[in-house]
Design a protein. Structure first.
Length: 186
């Protein structure tokens, strides 16, 4: 990637470290191009893309532009992963797996407000319970087929940090599962 891969963040704002972004996208491109080579090396996965993080720096790349590129890459890899799983399992078994994941997510989402996830101690910070519960209602409505929800809305879900909040790792895992289901049924 060249130094002009993405626009820079606005003057006075932090952006993603340009060298880190260029390096990560160079590796991603190599792994994407060799997706089916069976080399046993590290594969590019939707999860690895979703969990990519960069250092924030002055004069860095615009986070919005890089994030949008990563979302497009995750979508493309999601198509490949889905096609690979359908070829290996068959469409019927693949859909059975996806439905099983969706049912497990729904079971968690149907818990009472304030009880959907484990809480951290009052001396620790976790995700704001009310914000997560409100988003959980949206997720449940979507998974039941009653309300539209975009991948971008789930990917960009952010919650305030509060004392005694929900354990972040549990919430993040559930959001990952929802994204996986959404990518599978596209």
């Amino acid at each position: 990637m060249s130094a002009l891969s993405f626009p820079k963040a606005a003057r006075g704002q932090l952006g993603y470290d340009m060298a880190e972004v260029d390096r990560a996208l160079r590796v991603a491109r190599q792994r994407y191009d060799n997706f089916d080579n069976g080399s046993g090396g590290k594969r590019l996965t939707t999860s690895s893309i979703r969990h990519t993080a960069f250092t924030m720096k002055k004069g860095g790349y615009s986070a919005a532009h890089v994030d949008a590129a990563l979302e497009r890459l995750e979508d493309a890899v999601g198509v490949r992963e889905r096609e690979e799983r359908v070829a290996r399992l068959g469409r019927k078994e693949f859909m059975r797996e996806v439905k099983g994941t969706a049912r497990a997510v729904l079971k968690r989402l149907q818990r009472e407000d304030g009880e959907r996830f484990d809480r951290v101690s009052f001396f620790q910070r976790g995700y704001d319970v009310k914000e997560v519960d409100a988003f959980a209602v949206k997720l449940e409505e979507f998974l039941r087929g009653g309300a539209p929800l975009s991948l971008r809305e789930v990917r960009s879900a952010a919650f305030t940090s509060k004392r005694g909040g929900y354990r972040e790792a549990q919430v993040d895992l559930l959001l990952d599962a929802v994204i996986d289901v959404m990518l599978a049924i596209r």
